[in-house]
Design a binder for this molecule. Sequence first.
Ligand code: FES
Ligand SMILES: [Fe+2]
Length: 412
Amino acid sequence: MTFFNQLKERYEEGKTLPQEFYTDEEIFSDEMKKIYFKQWLMVDHVSRIPNPGDYFLFNAEKESIILIRGRDSQVRAFYNVCSHRGSRICLEEEGTKKLLVCPYHAWSFSAEGELKSARYMPDDFKMEDWGLKPCHINIYQGLIFINLSMDEPMDFNEFIAPLTELVNFHNPEKAKIAARRKYPTKANFKLVLENFQECYHCGPAHPELCSVHEKDWVFTMGAGLGTAPEKETQEYLKKIQPWIEDCKTRGIPSKTYLETKEGLSKGLNRYVDRTPIGNGNLSQTKDGKPASKLMGQFKEFDGGLSQVSFNPFSCCYFTNDFGVMFIFKPLSILQSEVELIWLVNEEAEEGKDFNEENLTHIWDVTTAHDTTIIENNQNGLLSHSFSPGVLSQNESAVTYFYDWYFTNMRLP
Ligand code: FES
Ligand SMILES: [Fe+2]
């Protein structure tokens, strides 16, 4: 029996995972291969690279991917690995380049990934055989997704299908990046993801988020439908029914999507819902007032919040007037990074229509607090006295996350 299977035997449903899941290097390496490199990962918004030659790097675990716009305006993704002897080619996180020149022996590549120059090569060397290795990429509504699988990845259209109706309504394709922040987190990526699967911690840890939302939203919907006891959930759904009906009348999507058994069996874990922020608030801001111009197909403010989760590594929140992209990255076994990108209507102007501090306030303080509680969690979990604890009735999505995790680890 493998070490992983022995550990899995020690996992008891309703409890957290045994310590070694967070500390064993071999397990981490398997998780990258079986989970992280197989998912369609949301990495950024196209407005980051508007012109030919604009590029940025997406760095996670040992991988570095160059996302670059070609002369034909198409955005492509390449491994940041020179086809000569393997050096990193781009070292700066972003920039604009006509040619990508390797710093080692100066092989140069076009923005379309073709090898353009290599000095003193043998006569039979064919330049066309030595371009950059492409990485799977798809762009949906301005959101860039990559897949780090070395094989054919899961079908993108099938993956995105249940999420398109709501994403289209918010229309991030007509948005632009207003702000971005990174939150380096000294913890195993599973602790980062687990924290995002529950809002049991929201009361004690997130006073700002809790002051914007209604208390029963935080309890029943803060981590998505089905994460609180049935009775409270039904009471909340009954209460917001008139609001949902009103959305339907105005043609605003409000259907919830919970991952199907079939989706889970293929390693998917997608989620969508739309609920009112509550407390009469129109947006997720300190005073509940709008943060910017309306986005997407909204004609007026209705104070709704959409949660769109593509997988546990990639999700978006959309209010009527802005979006926040959440990108969770494993870097090494005990180091992760959370990146937030705020989107506003592409026509919104800073200083006139929005103010960065007001726009970013709620999710910036909330994520900074998350970083602290996740690091505390990691530090305590490393103690030799640690043993798995019992999950509350408000953390059922953590158990669901483990189901998804084990399903993926079993898949070929
Ligand atoms: S490793 Fe890039 S040019 Fe030699
Ligand atoms: Fe949190």
